[in-house]
Design a protein around this ligand. Structure first.
Ligand SMILES: [Mg+2]
Length: 394
């Protein structure tokens, strides 16, 4: 079997990848919704993979892996990897989890990082209300993640939150005032009052914190037993890791410290893992270099007693399928992956093969169909193809 083409079309906001073959079967994958501009970058890899046997996934990846980088520039390589696994599974008549080593679990735990109803202010009371709504969600999530500090509009809503400049950009970073620090702690206490010990609370915090503030926050939250503090120092769209700074924070507190969603390839996790710089890593299969890369990093982390909670909120429904396949195979250090939602809502009409409901009691049953086990319904999806991409399914 040989690859005959690599196609990409933006469906809604997600770039969708299709790898076609001379055997008449195709592999599909999806790039995060926030990266609709990546289509030309995806197509750049055509020249490297056409003519290759897609079932030799690693051999194809060796041709393109070094032509990627930290988020967002690892996404195309990662999506190609997942489309190759979809193809390899379909060609073998096996679900992808079987090709990755087989199932460790029959159902995979997910956490709520993207099922949201919207917040109007960022007071402790508003955080408590929002948490009460999420606690009642029909998915029955057992872990909920919430944004605070620099990973939320909070700095713009709380006067004198920090000593840095409030310019509305995502690049906010700086020392917190005492008022800012107390505000974050009060919001976390309010959320924990709602959740009790029934549902785990994870906090996405940055990036942007200074090490002393990060340690003060983590120590103050120790009695509350939060699941983790995510991306305090570096994180989303930061093209480096700063493992030594994370190590200072992690070793200064008993609150679990988490990072890794933007990091590309195992080599860039090496310091975090070998130096025990964090307690939990959160790679995204659509940024790290794909699901086999994520599996390798998970195994290496497990050797070092570091846990894993993969990121994935923007990965769409094809990304959800890939997360289910790989999460089924991860070692015992697996906590849960971040549940992606279909957006716009019509995504649920064009993807076939997902369970209904998808999440039950906070878990997803692992399915057994070949490849990733979901299919784009070309007839239903065609009307959403943008001008110029009408031939995507042909
Ligand atoms: Mg995050």
């Amino acid at each position: 079997m040989k690859i005959t083409d690599l196609k990409c079309a933006v469906l809604g906001q997600n770039p969708i990848i299709r790898i076609t073959t001379d055997a008449g079967i195709s592999g599909f994958a999806e790039v995060e919704a926030s990266k609709s501009y990546l289509k030309p970058h995806v197509l750049f890899y055509q020249r490297f993979i056409i003519g290759e046997d897609p079932t030799n996934v690693e051999r194809v990846m060796l041709k393109i892996r070094r032509l990627g980088s930290f988020k967002p520039w690892g996404s195309a390589v990662s999506a190609i990897e997942m489309a190759l696994w979809d193809l390899a599974g379909k060609a073998a008549g096996l679900p992808v989890y079987r090709l990755l080593g087989g199932k460790v679990r029959d159902r995979v735990r997910v956490y709520n990082g993207g099922v949201r109803s919207g917040m109007t202010d960022y007071s402790p009371a508003a955080y408590a209300d929002d948490m009460a709504r999420m606690k009642a969600a029909t998915e029955g999530f057992t872990i909920i993640k919430q944004g605070v500090g620099f990973h939320s509009p909070m700095p713009g809503h709380v006067p004198d939150f920090f000593y840095g400049q409030q310019d509305g950009s995502l690049a906010r970073r700086g020392p917190l005032t005492e008022r800012g620090l107390k505000h974050v702690i009060a919001c976390v206490e309010a959320m924990k009052n709602v959740l009790g010990d029934e549902i785990g609370l994870a906090l996405d915090c940055g990036p942007g914190w200074m090490v002393p503030d990060a340690i003060r926050l983590a120590k103050a939250l120790e009695p509350l037993n939060v699941m983790w503090l995510e991306d305090l120092i570096t994180g989303d769209y930061v093209p480096y890791v700063s493992a030594d700074l994370y190590r200072e924070v992690t070793h200064g507190t008993s609150t679990p410290i988490h990072t890794g969603e933007q990091i590309y390839l195992r080599q860039n996790f090496q310091d975090l893992i070998e130096k025990h710089a964090v307690n939990i890593i959160g790679p995204d299969p659509c940024d790290i270099g794909g699901i086999a890369e994520l599996k390798w990093v998970a195994e290496y982390a497990d050797l070092h007693s570091i846990l894993i909670a993969p990121h994935g909120v923007g990965n769409g429904l094809l990304g959800l399928a890939a997360l289910v396949q790989v999460a089924a195979t991860l070692p015992h250090n697996y906590i849960a992956f971040e549940y992606p939602v279909g957006n716009p809502e019509w995504w649920y009409d064009i993807v076939e093969g997902l369970p209904d409901p998808i999440v039950k009691d906070g878990f997803i049953e692992v399915w057994d169909r070949p490849g990733m086990g979901v299919e784009l319904n070309a007839r239903a999806a065609r009307k959403y193809l943008p001008a110029g991409d009408e031939d995507f399914f042909d």
